[in-house]
Ligand binder design. Structure first.
Ligand SMILES: Cc1ncc(C[n+]2csc(CCOP(=O)(O)OP(=O)(O)O)c2C)c(N)n1
Length: 470
């Protein structure tokens, strides 16, 4: 009797354990495609899964011989995700067009003939991080959850010494749900030794300057400010894709907008499923055009091509420099924050990491002189590390973006191509001279909060803002 009861209990337990891991299995024939498309990621406009920065000179990211890290700041993008509401709407319109096609598909679209299911199968997932649970294939190696967990382990591997005397510390997250979830996956993956308090800092415009996401509190920003420049980029590559697919599939009526959407289909399907046959639609030339269009629009909307961005990025840069200057007095040596891609791009613009003064050319793809490659800078899970280290009696600052040391072109005389702090503080002051986020963005129209304080007042305020699906 007891043994019957025990075996019943065991069966229930096993069923529960197994059930906890029930996620879609994926299709067997697609096994060979899973996790094999990394070579495309640098061309997918930052929508593809994480990849290390390709412009890497191999400078070790660890502190140079004889030097010791005294402060680390991490600012990271959320991980792999489902498309946003706007993107999903556009993707569905192209998907409906294809799903209403009544003939057999040919050539690169023939994968749609098989029992293809669209990768957004539950609208609740829109805007959200991809996880083991909501991923469309149990073997998807690119979930945002896994990325954050792996990042946490990599961080511990390199920097756990900085937490030697600190087991309780804050991690800051903008209040977007996917950003928060990434911060939480990261925090949990640090292990039970650490007691992390997530500080969820509002990204609503009312938070004004006290935000990790200045881009969300900048009413003065105008998406079309430089549209006259970016619109000059030829859309022939999109027309070519549409006409090739229409030629191969009689009666199909794809437009150049559909062709543009297919790039997002390719990128986000990889986030969700771990592979995408849609990526095989493009030629290398088309991928290059697409990624350059992303560089170009980012440069003129969120980078050095739009003067206001130096003010926007100064909100975080100013706080970062303040933390660096206070490193001796502060108990905490590690400052970790999570936010959106544009905020990191804005920050890097003010820092001047990818600004060689050459304005991006909208009339053709540059090869030799292109240093502003947004499509390389902020893939899903992107991470910018600010390192401060001490060697003998000197201190230095340098940046590591997505596993690659990116020296400051005008200040790199220190060990490991770092910038001596004495010079760095002047450099930073110069970059932010006359810059004012609050004024330039007309923040006063949405908030009276003029200063970023969360790094200094989190202990009293306990930031715990409502999460937003944006
Ligand atoms: C300076 C600035 N203000 C406002 C915007 C408008 N804006 C567009 S996207 C975005 C947030 C980032 O969203 P998303 O593109 O979904 O990036 P992700 O969350 O994937 O990192 C903002 C604030 C902007 N791009 N730049």
């Amino acid at each position: 009797m007891v043994s019957v009861f025990l075996s019943g209990l065991l069966a229930t337990l096993v069923a529960q354990t197994v059930d906890a891991y029930v996620v879609p299995q994926g299709k067997l024939p697609d096994l060979h495609k899973l996790g094999t498309q990394d070579y495309l990621f640098p061309y997918l406009a930052g929508a593809a899964p994480y990849f290390s920065f390709p412009g890497n000179y191999g400078i070790p990211t660890t502190a140079p011989e004889g030097c010791e890290i005294s402060q680390l700041q991490v600012i990271a993008r959320h991980g792999e995700r489902y498309p946003t509401t706007g993107r999903a709407r556009r993707l569905f319109s192209t998907y409906y067009k294809l799903s209403n096609y009544t003939r057999e598909f040919n050539e690169s679209l023939s994968f749609l003939n098989d029992d293809y299911t669209f990768f957004i199968s539950d609208s609740n997932n829109i805007e959200q991080e991809t996880t083991y649970k909501n991923s469309l294939d149990v073997l998807n190696p690119y979930t945002g959850q896994r990325d954050a967990e792996k990042h946490a382990r990599q961080f511990l591997d390199e920097y756990s010494a900085l937490l030697e005397n600190t087991t309780s510390f804050p991690i800051f997250a903008a209040s977007s749900r996917r950003v928060h979830d990434t911060a939480q996956f990261f925090s949990k993956a640090l292990g039970e030794k650490y007691n992390v308090t997530l500080q969820v800092v509002s990204e609503a415009p009312t938070s004004g300057a006290n935000t990790i996401s200045a881009g969300n509190a900048c009413p003065g920003w105008n998406e079309s400010a430089n549209a006259n420049i970016t619109d000059a980029f030829s859309t022939d590559y999109l027309k070519n894709i549409a006409s090739r697919l229409n030629r191969q599939n009689k009666g199909l009526n794809l437009t150049q907008t559909d062709a543009f959407n297919l790039f997002n289909w390719c990128a986000f399907e990889i986030n969700v499923r771990g592979y995408s046959y849609m990526c095989d639609v493009f030629t290398q030339e088309e991928l290059i055009n697409y990624s350059y269009y992303d560089d170009l629009t980012s440069y003129y909307q969120d980078g050095p091509g739009y003067d206001m961005i130096y003010d926007v990025g100064s909100n975080l840069f100013n706080a970062s420099v303040k933390l660096l200057k206070q490193s001796e007095e502060l108990d905490l040596k590690v400052w970790i924050s999570f936010t959106h891609d544009t905020d990191i791009v804005n920050l890097m613009t003010t820092i001047g990491l990818f600004d060689n003064g050459v304005k991006l050319d909208p009339t053709s793809v540059p090869f030799r002189d292109l240093v502003y490659r947004k499509s390389w800078q902020t893939p899903q899970g992107a991470r910018l590390y600010t390192q401060k280290y001490k060697c003998s009696n000197e201190t230095y600052v340098r940046y590591v973006l997505n596993d690659a040391v990116i020296p400051l072109e005008s200040c790199k005389s220190g060990p490991g191509f770092s910038c001596p702090t004495t010079e760095f503080y002047d450099y930073a002051a110069d970059r932010m001279n006359g810059r004012n986020f609050y004024k330039s963005c007309d923040v006063a129209s949405v908030s009276n909060v003029t200063e970023l304080t969360f790094y200094w007042d989190y202990n009293e305020r306990h930031y715990n803002d409502t999460l937003l699906n944006q």
